[in-house]
Design a protein. Structure first.
Length: 278
């Protein structure tokens, strides 16, 4: 285990507890960029993808925490939230006084983690599914005992799957969950609805879906490649006064249009996240 202030990613020892979809996404991200000095992956039901990632990266893959396990610089919790209670006792050999615990467990607060794991530094995070292709965004919160060096280590680990945005109050993670954690589903549903509207307008179903998918993904890529341009400006750039786009936006931007609908949707997701967090 490195000293608290020297454990950059390249020299760090990291243990991943769980290698499901999100855990594997982080592992794949590490293969694309800088790799930790040593990686242990604990996953009793490793998929073929997880096994291939571990083999390619030279990561140690075990069904259980090894009997000779020693404290690591960072412990990444990537199991199902309901598994924490049963898994916690076996993780204690991996945790030393300077171990950073990075959690991607939905609904588990820092207090929940601290009550079960003998660590001081915790980062609670909420990634989203585009992490699987390195285009995710993760909201993260670090508790007070987390040093700047440990926060930088968390940034490197979570950043392997995309952008990382930090919040200064833990309760804001529930809002992050409602916007970006659940957000990909909103975008996918937009594509569904756009395709269905095309069918209602007379297009063949398959053609309408292809048009909708390409439009949503292409617009997203254009926004990605225009980081300094506000989405509102991009919208204005394709809206001619009195044209077809303006006619459609007149409906979407009405008082009872898309904005209040999304506000209600995000509020509902935030309330549910708060309920799950206890």
């Amino acid at each position: 285990m490195s000293s608290p202030e020297s454990a950059g990613l390249a020299s760090a020892s990291v243990a991943f507890i769980g290698a499901g979809k999100m855990g594997s996404a982080l592992l794949a991200g590490l293969l694309r960029g800088e790799r930790p000095g040593r990686v242990l992956v604990v996953e009793p039901n490793a998929s073929a993808e997880a096994q291939a990632l571990c083999k390619e990266g030279g990561f140690q893959l075990c069904a259980n925490v090894p009997s000779d396990a020693a404290p690591v610089d960072a412990l990444v919790l990537a199991i199902k939230p309901q598994m924490l209670e049963d898994a916690a006792p076996a993780l204690k050999p991996l945790i030393g006084p300077d171990t950073l615990v990075v959690s991607i467990l939905a609904g588990k607060r820092v207090a929940d983690l601290a009550a079960r794991l003998p660590a001081r530094a915790f980062v609670r995070s909420m990634p989203n599914t585009p992490a699987a292709i390195g285009r995710g965004v993760t909201g993260a919160f670090a508790n007070a005992p987390t040093s700047e060096a440990r926060r930088a280590l968390a940034q490197s680990l979570l950043g392997a799957a995309g952008a990382v945005e930090w919040v200064e109050r833990e309760e804001l993670i529930d809002a992050v969950t409602a916007v970006s954690g659940s957000g990909p589903a909103y975008v996918f549903y937009l594509a569904e609805c756009l395709a269905a509207a095309g069918v209602a307008a007379g297009l063949p179903k398959d053609l309408s879906m292809r048009l909708a998918r390409a439009t949503v993904s292409g617009a997203g890529e254009l926004m990605h490649r225009s980081p300094e341009t506000e989405p509102g400006k991009l919208r204005e750039n394709v809206t001619s006064p009195g044209g077809t786009t303006a006619a459609a936006l007149g409906v979407l931007m009405a008082e009872d249009g898309l904005k209040p609908l999304l506000e209600r949707a995000v509020a509902a997701a935030q309330r549910r996240a708060e309920e799950l967090s206890g």
